[in-house]
Design a protein around this ligand. Structure first.
Ligand code: ADP
Length: 454
């Protein structure tokens, strides 16, 4: 803080008696107003000044008060400074305001050495937007302040009262504002609580819905299980019961047509032939139903053994060839280069492959039906591919459903039970049966099995 020796004080006065406290306060406010402090700051510094003045009057009997304007280099601003030089020595050379709040009213309040003496100094920064305090301006202010006659203690009391009322007003308006804010806050709180409650309720509602849905789902799947079990039981029973009479019909028809029996007319022989072939179809269906029901009810136990795939392929080559009756269709059962074994059930595996080969031959008019085996690490992939009609992608899963047949392809006969049965068996053997096919380009059914069995 620059404090040139030639800094002329704005105003000087003595503090000796009780009334001087009012004067010091009044003059302090005037000086603060003159240098451009805002109203609030004028009241602040005046209040601080009267408090310190009272303390000093009572503790050391008074002080000489000097107001001046100095330039604070650090703040880059002018400050209004008030020095109170006590008339007697300060106790312990120190000064503490009676009221702790006083120090907060000014920017600085401290005991400092000045001209070999000790003074109580306080200061407050002049706002940047105040009129520039040039030496000329300061000289004017000095003249104004020296002319303005100090008012009486009563005047100062009145002024102080006014300030008090203004301060009270301000406090009241701040309190009102606070109340409004509080109310708004409470309103918002109520809104948030309502929203929260609504959300909680909705969540609970959703939860209840989900719980109910799960219960229903559990119930439905239990019903489904029971239905599926009943269906298997029904199929097994019915087909078992049907088998004997159907076999009897076939036997009787054979007897009727036998040369040892009474001769039949041509028409009778034709009709007996129809009865026989219908009964044979029925027997096939009944047998397939029985197989499927057995597989579904888990009553088929694979007979695990090391199966030689080369031998199995050889056997299929022989038996399926008889079914390959179309001249334009070639049946190819590939040779396996090395002995190849898999832990499986030979009969069931042969049944699956025969079924797939049979289908391939049924649905292929031209080209070939091929069976091949590939080993991929610990799995065998046995695929049956054909160059037949193919299957539209949206039916790739449906054809594994019982009795499902691709519309238009039924003319070749069949029951729609072969593929679901084959898939069941492959599953029993620990593998998967998948299809890739494009209409008009043929189909490939791939059986993938673990080398070591299920
Ligand atoms: P089925 O052959 O006795 O009708 P499947 O369960 O074996 O019964 O086959 C179901 C249906 O899948 C067949 O009716 C046929 O429409 C279709 N399908 C099966 N294999 C093939 C194939 N290789 N090529 C084209 N369609 C096939």
């Amino acid at each position: 803080m620059t404090d040139p020796a030639d800094t002329l004080p704005l105003l000087q006065m003595a503090l000796r008696i009780e009334q001087d406290i009012f004067l010091v306060r009044q003059r302090g406010r005037e000086a603060a107003a003159a240098v451009g402090l805002e109203h609030q700051d004028q009241v602040r510094i005046a209040t601080a000044l009267s408090e310190v003045a009272r303390d000093l009057l009572h503790s050391v009997g008074g002080a000489d008060v000097t107001f001046s304007v100095v330039f604070d280099l650090a703040a880059g601003r002018s400050v209004l400074r008030v020095d109170l030089a006590p008339v007697g020595p300060l106790p312990d050379g120190r000064y503490e305001p009676q009221s702790g709040a006083v120090a907060r009213l000014v920017d600085m309040l401290a005991v400092v050495p000045a001209d070999g003496d000790t003074v109580v100094r306080m200061s407050r920064r002049v706002p940047a937007n105040a009129q520039a305090l040039t030496p000329v301006r300061l000289a004017e202010l000095r003249a104004e302040l020296s002319q303005s006659a100090p008012g009486s203690a009563l005047d100062e009391l009145a002024a102080q009262n006014e300030q008090l009322i203004a301060a009270l007003d301000e406090v009241r308006s701040q309190r009102d504002e606070l109340e409004v804010l509080n109310e708004e806050l409470q309103e918002t709180n109520r809104g948030v609580m309502a929203l929260y409650n609504q959300l909680t309720e909705e969540l609970e509602e959703t939860n209840r819905g989900v719980v109910a849905l799960y219960a229903e789902l559990d119930e439905k799947s239990a019903q489904l299980r029971t239905a599926s079990e009943s269906k298997s039981r029904f199929l097994a029973n019915v087909s078992h019961e049907l088998r004997a009479p159907v076999a009897a019909i076939i036997g009787l028809a054979r007897l009727l047509a036998d040369s040892a029996s009474d001769p039949l007319t041509v028409e009778q022989a034709r009709q007996v032939g129809l009865i026989r072939s219908s009964a044979s179809d029925l027997l096939t269906l009944v047998n397939e139903l029985l197989d499927l029901a057995k597989a579904e009810s888990g009553r088929i136990e694979p007979n695990w053994a090391d199966v030689d795939l080369r031998a199995l392929f050889g056997q299929l080559r022989g038996t399926v060839r008889a079914l390959a009756t179309r001249p334009g269709v070639n049946l190819v059962v590939e040779e396996l280069p090395r002995p190849a074994t898999i832990r499986s059930d030979e009969v069931l595996l042969a049944q699956v492959l025969r079924n797939l080969l049979h289908n391939g031959l049924k649905f292929t008019e031209r080209g070939e039906v091929r069976l091949r085996a590939d080993r991929h690490e610990d799995r065998w992939s046995l695929s049956v591919s054909d160059t037949g009609v193919g299957i539209p992608p949206e039916l790739h899963e449906r054809i594994f459903e019982e009795f499902y047949q691709v519309p238009g392809a039924t003319r070749v006969g069949g029951t729609g039970l072969g593929l679901p049965y084959a898939r069941r068996l492959v599953k029993l053997l620990g593998g998967t049966l998948e299809l890739s096919s494009e209409p008009g380009r043929g189909s490939t059914f791939k059986v993938s099995l673990p080398v070591g069995g299920a």
